[in-house]
Structures are given as structure tokens and as C-alpha cells.
Design a protein around this ligand. Structure first.
Ligand SMILES: Nc1nc2c(ncn2[C@@H]2O[C@H](COP(=O)(O)OP(=O)(O)O)[C@@H](O)[C@H]2O)c(=O)[nH]1
Ligand SMILES: [Mg+2]
Length: 237
């Protein structure tokens, strides 16, 4: 398709822009403890969720890559915070933080407690934390550990921290089950947004990408509205 002389090229859609941005994701560093995390000023978006909730798959799907976040065959093993940089090379404008999955039964109790503590500390103290994406497999609902984390971040959400709860693997539910899962989860996620997500059936991917883009770029108006349309604002009026 060509653009006739005098016509403006069609603006990139917000979905395309957000997906392009997430596709720039690249591994930055891994931090086994909080004090190993670099101090950063760019907005950071943390992914949290029970082990096996679909967190790695979600991050890889958003970044349109197969192995950015390691989709582990042995859940409970990724006991570190992994940071992925976003934005053009040399112009990093945000971070994705992949937090260790919790609730995996085979992890020794002491390790579990240590990790809950690391995660809670991260969510409470990380200064550049802009938003949290919590992933939840709706067939299990929000678990006790999900609730604990929601309680931990609630004061920050009240002060402007963004929260998005994704009900993952939505392809495994029929429409009625999806609606039911949404209404149950809605009661528990006050102050946050809630969406269905499926990497397999590609549900909610672009919508999620746009939410994250907007979190990281709150100062930017939607691309389509950046310039006034000529017919809306004729010159001389
Ligand atoms: N049906 C379905 N399965 C999924 C989806 N996302 C992840 N899974 C599966 O759920 C399991 C756990 O996924 P993973 O991303 O490793 O979860 P994590 O432990 O939270 O990082 C894997 O077997 C995935 O293939 C999805 O959208 N639909
Ligand atoms: Mg994982």
C-alpha cells in the first residue's frame, strides 16, 4: 500500500508500538539477593506469580522470543531476580523484573521463607518499581501466597503503584468459566486491573503490552493523538 502525495502515512498503532517495544527486551543481569540488584532510575515492571502459573511463557510471549525467560521444566528453580532491559540499544527506558515463582511444594521450607522475604522486600523497597504484573492460573484461583503478596503491595498501589492481574492459560476455560474466574478474581484485586491471558490462543497479549507500555511512558499521549488531525483543526481557525 502506498501513501498518496499530501496524505500522511498511517500512524503506528498503539498495539504495534507496544509489541515492538517489548520485542527489544534483552537480558541485563541476575540478582540472587536484593542487594545485588543495580540501582536504577528507569521504571521497572515486576512479574510475580506462583510457580507454574505461566510467568516465563508470558514474558517470552510479550517479548516475542522463545527463551528470554527460561520456561523451566523444573519449577521452583529460578531463585533469583532476573532483569531484562527494554528500549532501543543505548536508550534503555524500562526494566522487566522476573521474580522467582513461589509456592512450589518441593522447595525446602527454609528456602521458601527466605524467598518470600526477598520478594516482599523487593516489592516494598524497590524505588523504581512502577508496576506489578501478577500471574494466576484461574483453575487454582488466587492462592494464599498471592493474597499475601497483594497485601504487601496494597499500600504502594494506594500510592500509585500499578497492578495488573493476569488470569493465565485462559484457553483452558470455556467462556462461562472465564467469566466466573474474572468475577471471583475481581473481588480480590481491588485497585488493580484484571485480564484474561493465553499464550497458546493469543488472548490478551497486545492489550497487556499496551498496558505495560503506558505504565513505562505515562508522559506520552497515545500515538494516534499526538498530532491534531487536519480536518479537526483547520489552519487559521
Ligand atoms: N494451555 C496453556 N498452557 C500454558 C500457557 N502458558 C503456559 N502454559 C504451560 O504451563 C506450564 C508452566 O509455564 P511456565 O511459563 O514455565 O510457568 P512459570 O513457572 O510461571 O514460569 C508449562 O507447561 C507451559 O507450557 C497458556 O497460555 N496455555
Ligand atoms: Mg518460570
Amino acid at each position: 500500500m502506498t501513501t498518496a502525495p499530501g496524505q500522511r502515512a498511517p500512524a503506528t498503532s498503539p498495539a504495534t508500538r507496544a509489541m515492538g517495544w517489548l520485542h527489544t527486551a534483552r537480558f541485563l543481569t541476575t540478582a540472587p539477593r536484593l542487594e545485588h540488584l543495580p540501582d536504577l532510575t528507569v521504571p521497572e515492571i515486576a512479574f510475580v506469580g506462583r510457580s507454574n502459573a505461566g510467568k516465563s511463557t508470558c514474558i517470552n510471549t510479550l517479548a516475542q522470543t522463545k527463551r528470554l525467560a527460561f520456561a523451566s521444566k523444573t519449577p521452583g528453580r529460578t531463585q533469583a531476580i532476573n532483569l531484562f532491559a527494554l528500549g532501543k540499544q543505548g536508550e534503555t527506558d524500562a526494566m522487566l523484573a522476573d521474580l522467582p515463582g513461589y509456592g512450589y511444594a518441593a522447595v525446602p521450607k527454609a528456602d521458601k521463607e527466605r524467598w518470600q522475604q526477598v520478594m516482599a522486600n523487593y516489592l516494598v523497597t524497590r524505588e523504581n518499581l512502577r508496576g506489578v504484573v501478577m500471574l494466576c492460573d484461574p483453575r487454582h484461583g488466587l492462592t494464599e501466597l498471592d493474597d499475601i503478596l497483594l497485601d504487601v503491595i496494597r499500600p504502594r498501589v494506594a500510592q500509585g503503584l500499578k497492578l495488573l492481574v493476569l488470569l493465565t492459560k485462559a484457553d483452558k476455560l470455556n467462556r462461562e468459566e472465564q467469566n466466573k474466574a474474572m468475577s471471583i478474581a475481581r473481588l480480590q484485586t481491588a485497585g488493580g486491573e484484571l485480564r484474561l491471558f493465553s499464550a497458546l490462543k493469543r488472548i490478551g497479549i497486545e492489550e497487556t503490552a499496551m498496558v505495560l507500555y503506558d505504565w513505562a511512558h505515562p508522559e506520552q499521549p497515545p500515538e494516534d493523538s499526538r498530532e491534531p488531525h487536519l480536518q479537526d483543526a483547520p489552519e487559521g481557525e
